[in-house]
Design a protein around this ligand. Structure first.
Ligand SMILES: *Cc1c(COP(=O)(O)O)cnc(C)c1O
Length: 379
């Protein structure tokens, strides 16, 4: 199957009982058995649900994996991965990543004796000195949220393989349209499906995609034991979103390039973070491992006073001031006080996330309207 066909047809089989072309929303908690243990593969909806099965098949196909597991949120998917570990184990994670992942690691899992090292992964060699006999897992995000840093997934994978570590890549920002980490050697791909996969800002969901059967069994056990499963309606919405992922991403990328370029040429803008620029420090890696550069952009103003940043954030019309990203509509966000507020200020600033950074999720509207909107707000 070629790229576009895959997103439309992945996991889609007409419903065997009715021929319905869309997988029905199986709104049921349990499934009737013929006699004890004799059933049609479904017993209780925490373990399996046919709408979820259709979604999981689609997710596996679009990420070039063998198996997928859908969760009730992105952080629930992350939570299940870390539950593979035990007290005393160590994780190497990026020093720039989604604030909620950082919060889960520091506020929840550290209490259980798991140790996390936060490392600048723009140069993958930086992780070497943190590897010891307790190291079990590498958690990477690329492009990172919100600084758009790029990590070389293939290089990370060769280090991971040499030391028998699991490599997990949060592929939320790129989406499977732009990048497939499993093809580059990652063991598990994680998504906040809430974002580009579902794509319409109407669902909270997450997933894991992988190819190792044994690892799939371990994660499935955690999923059904801990219970962070998505409802069938949400699975339906994500499944529907995936059917247009390639069309939406194409426009996100086109608009992203136009807006990043416009910002770069604006005299009031000091710095633009977007991996499509040749001057982006890891542009060559981005070019090698991604099919495009997406619609996520961060920038800083020359006048970085708190008042000016607040003024710009409050003066857009089409760019709605809100957390989240990856929906059809454009969003503007202030990471320091919104999505990344759970990272201590000192830690944040040390890693380059300033108080004045503004993040855009460029939607699929007409780029001219979006540029007009930013022109009006930035002045
Ligand atoms: C939003 C997000 C998450 C968390 O996902 P939820 O669906 O909000 O739980 C994880 N990683 C990244 C990069 C995100 O943007």
């Amino acid at each position: 199957m070629n790229f576009g066909t895959k997103f439309v047809h992945a996991g889609a089989e007409p419903d065997p009982s009715t021929g319905a072309i869309m997988t029905p929303i199986f709104q049921t908690s349990t499934f009737v058995q013929e006699s004890p243990g004799v059933n049609k593969g479904y017993e209780y909806a925490r373990s399996q649900n046919p709408t979820r099965t259709a979604l999981e098949k689609a997710l596996a196909i679009i990420e070039n994996g063998k198996y997928a597991l859908a969760f009730s949120s992105g952080v629930a998917a992350t939570d299940s991965v870390i539950k593979l570990l035990k007290s005393g184990d160590e994780v190497i994670a990026g020093n720039d990543m989604y604030g909620g992942t950082y919060r889960l690691f520091t506020k929840v899992f550290e209490k259980f004796g798991i140790k996390f090292h936060y490392v600048d992964m723009r140069d993958t060699n930086n992780i070497r000195s943190f590897i010891n006999s307790n190291t079990k897992l590498i958690w990477a995000e690329t492009p990172t949220n919100p600084l758009m840093n790029i990590t070389d997934i293939a290089a990370l994978s060769s280090i991971a393989k040499a030391h028998h570590l699991l490599l997990v890549v949060d592929n939320t920002f790129a989406s499977p349209y732009l990048q497939n980490p499993l093809d580059l050697g990652a063991d598990i791909v994680m998504h906040s499906s809430t974002k580009y996969l579902a794509g319409h800002s109407d669902v909270i969901q997450g997933c894991l995609v992988l190819s190792d059967a044994e690892l799939r069994e371990k994660l499935f056990l955690i999923q059904k034991s801990c219970g962070a499963v998505p409802g069938p309606m949400d699975c339906f919405l994500t499944l529907r979103g995936i059917k247009t992922l390639h069309l939406r991403m194409q426009r996100h990328c086109e608009n992203g390039e136009k807006i990043a370029t416009w910002l770069r040429n604006n005299e009031k803008v000091a710095k633009v973070y977007w991996p499509g620029f040749e001057e982006h420090p890891n542009h060559t890696i981005a070019k090698k491992q991604m099919r495009g550069y997406g619609g996520m952009i961060s920038f800083e103003l020359k006048n970085d006073s708190a008042e000016e940043v607040k003024r710009v954030l409050s003066n857009t019309h089409f760019f709605a001031l809100a957390e989240s990203l990856g929906g059809v509509e454009s969003l503007i966000n202030h990471p320091a006080t919104m999505t990344h507020a759970s990272i201590p200020r000192e830690e944040r600033i040390k890693n380059g996330l300033t108080d004045s950074l503004i993040r855009l999720s460029v939607g699929i509207e007409d780029a001219n309207d979006l540029i007009k909107d930013l022109k009006h707000a930035i002045g």
